[in-house]
Ligand binder design. Sequence first.
Ligand SMILES: [Zn+2]
Length: 89
Amino acid sequence: MMKCKLCPIHKIAGILVIVGALNWGLVGLFQWNLVTAILGTVPTIERVVYVLVGLAAIAMLFACHCKKCGEAGGCGGNDKSCCQSGGKM
Ligand SMILES: [Zn+2]
């Protein structure tokens, strides 16, 4: 986990990435897909969730270079130590 503060966009993106990762874990362990369980009745929304998780992962890859994260006192500023030490969430 990042110790540095993130801007709201990257906070949301981080949560989405964690949700996506947990879902994959559930699928791997129990062959039970949380997203399908909740949104399986609406395939379009289910697909949108997957796309959002994917986009969130891409957003997190660039969190270290985000100026807003830096303004929030995070790793985008002068201190990039948290990015170098496992900058992924
Ligand atoms: Zn940011």
